[in-house]
Each structure stands twice: as structure tokens, then as C-alpha cells.
Design a protein around this ligand. Structure first.
Ligand SMILES: [Zn+2]
Length: 139
């Protein structure tokens, strides 16, 4: 595993944790005010928390065979395909003195690489895989 990927994974984990904590605090404050509207919003926040925890953190660790959570061990990741795409990037517009005067969108050629990540279940030994894609500039 490369360092960049480790940081990326850790970053998204931290992001999810922060999102959950923020929503939870918001929900608690909403309950604290006691008005019906805020309580409804508080419940919505807690539901969003539950969805982030379940789909973002628990579901990826669930074995499709024995349905146990925290069972999957990552084995390897392989690139299984790529297609040419055009990527939207934002570029700064610079003024006479080099200051940023605006931004504009631009399309550049890129590649969308599809990866397959293989897992083995620590509990029952079943193998499974998930796929994801990353966009990469080719210029
Ligand atoms: Zn299993």
C-alpha cells in the first residue's frame, strides 16, 4: 500500500468521524432547545449520522457470505479497466500583477481507471471484491 493511499483512506475516515461528531453536536443542541422544529431537524441529523456510520463505515467491512461486520481483510487491488474521459478542472485567471482575478472551468483529457479490491473474510474465509474508480489527468 502506498503512502498516498493510506493518507487518502485515513483522510476519508477522519472526514466521516468529523461529519458524525458535528451532526451529533448539532442534533444535541437542537434537542436542547426543545422546540418541535429543532427536534425534527435533530432527528434528521441523527439519521444522517446513522447512514454515514452504516454505509460509510460498517457496510464496507461486512462479509457478503456470513454477514458479519469487521470481518473483511483487504488482500490486493488490481486495475481492471480504463476509459478515456474529459475531466473538469478549475483554473485560476491571473491579472497583470500575478494576482488571481477569477476562475474558469476547463476540460482536460484524463483516464478513468477502474480498480477491483479483493477481500477475504476473517471469519468464514469467503472472498469478495468491490470496485471503485479514480480519475487521473493524462496531460
Ligand atoms: Zn464471512
Amino acid at each position: 500500500m502506498t503512502l498516498g493511499r493510506t493518507i487518502g483512506k485515513f483522510g476519508s475516515f477522519v472526514f466521516k468521524c468529523v461529519a458524525i461528531i458535528v451532526l451529533f453536536i448539532v442534533a444535541m443542541m437542537m434537542f436542547g432547545t426543545g422546540s418541535a422544529l429543532w427536534i425534527v431537524l435533530g432527528i434528521v441529523c441523527i439519521l444522517i449520522d446513522a447512514a454515514i456510520i452504516f454505509f460509510g463505515m460498517l457496510k464496507p467491512t461486512q462479509c457478503p457470505e456470513c454477514k458479519k461486520f469487521f470481518a473483511l481483510k483487504e488482500m490486493d487491488t488490481e486495475a481492471v479497466g480504463s476509459e478515456n474521459i474529459s475531466m473538469k478542472v478549475e483554473t485560476n485567471d491571473y491579472g497583470r500583477n500575478g494576482e488571481v482575478v477569477g476562475r474558469h472551468e476547463q476540460y482536460i483529457p484524463g483516464k478513468r481507471i477502474t480498480y477491483k479490491r479483493n477481500y477475504i473474510c476473517k471469519k468464514c474465509g469467503a472472498t469478495s471484491s468491490s470496485s471503485f474508480s479514480r480519475d487521473k489527468e493524462t496531460v
